[in-house]
Design a protein. Structure first.
Length: 48
């Protein structure tokens, strides 16, 4: 959570990106969220 504050990204920002790009609606479905250099958030989903 401290790292998220440092880069000014919220859990909501991560969930929005996950929902738009992967159809994910819960943080528990995300393995990794990567803040790219261009400001976009890449989502790596958990294996089902």
């Amino acid at each position: 959570a401290d790292k998220l504050k440092k880069v000014d990204v919220s859990c909501d920002d991560i969930l929005v990106s996950a929902r738009q790009n992967n159809g994910i609606t819960k943080l528990s479905e995300i393995k990794y969220a990567i803040l790219e250099r261009n400001g976009h958030i890449s989502i790596i989903p958990e294996k089902k």
